[in-house]
Design a protein around this ligand. Sequence first.
Ligand SMILES: *Cc1c(COP(=O)(O)O)cnc(C)c1O
Length: 399
Amino acid sequence: MDALLGNYNRAPVTFVRGEGCYLFDDQGRRYLDFIAGIAVCALGHSHPWIAQAVSEQARTLVHVSNLYYQEPAGTLARELVDRSGLARVFFCNSGTEANEAAIKLARKRAFRRDEKDRMTILACTGSFHGRTYGALAATDNAKYQEGFGPMPAGFAFTPFNDVAALEKNLDERVAAFIVEPVQGESGVHPATPEFLAAARRLCDARGALLIFDEIQCGMGRLGPLFAFQRFEVTPDVVTMAKALANGLPIGAMLVAECAADALRPGDHGSTFGGSPIPCAAALAHLRVRDAIDLASYVAVREVQLMARLTDLALAFPNAIDGMRGIGLLAALQLKEKYPVGDVVTALREAGVLVGSAGGNSLRFAPPLVIGEEGIDEAYDALYDVLAKLDERKEPILAG
Ligand SMILES: *Cc1c(COP(=O)(O)O)cnc(C)c1O
């Protein structure tokens, strides 16, 4: 493993197998996966329908490039269009690429409309949109940008969930306003419905595109397939990735009719984008969702998860500062004196994998197929670890 570049803070564990909501390491130890590869494995690990779709596609057609058509991409695009009500789909390989495409689309649209001064990409404070330059410039995180300057010009920020500030900042120079309906990376902060509704109204009034980054909060994590369907505000562009193919690399940008002709032949592209195997996996993912009515199931599990986390927040006021969440995406904010990394480690050692997020928060994004007993298992582990913190009032890990 020492040949891998040291750009990640990896935990000292090597996974060899996954099954449902559990992962197994090379020592044969079992872990409850309560982060699902950062909101990726919505159907858990090694789902048989996904495995079958991938292996069948691997034996049929793996790659032809975007010089030609192939069926999985066309069929998946049609499914996403029918289910979203948007008009066209561009496929790429990751979330950051989907956002790059959206940024380029927004600027090219203004260019085609002869709006020379309309270039600004307006994003929110606390945002995360990815690690490539355009997406990074739209990301409000000094640590992620540090040392990588200069950032591309033409990016600006407006306070998240502040309608009055948005009124002021979303002016005629804004090509697009990009917002996560739920900010994941910054600590699981849902947008208010008023903020998203105001964004829709102001984008219409001022001629800007409204982009929802649903890379983390979409694909059923809030229940409905799209996060915007829960907030009942329809954007012009939706970016997707993470869970779309349940673990295979894929990104997508969905575009409404009003912006669909901004990118024309030769304007943008990707060698692997929409390649047959990830598309086949994504189609299988959609079929599973339908077959088990995952949207209704998530609504039930959401109630249980939020109740358990509320319970923990009330039980351990010395350790926990607050709790946030929507759908099966949630966070427990820890007191400053308990570094989240130590708690993540303690939970892993107790056999439960969780993530961290901004604001010293534990982040939870279990597979959407998590059972009632899976949430209880995570609760029990959290209870034990947090009880120790709450009592000892000192860092849980020595040193
Ligand atoms: C993960 C994430 C991205 C970046 O996706 P990658 O596939 O890692 O490039 C962008 N936006 C949001 C909201 C994300 O959660």
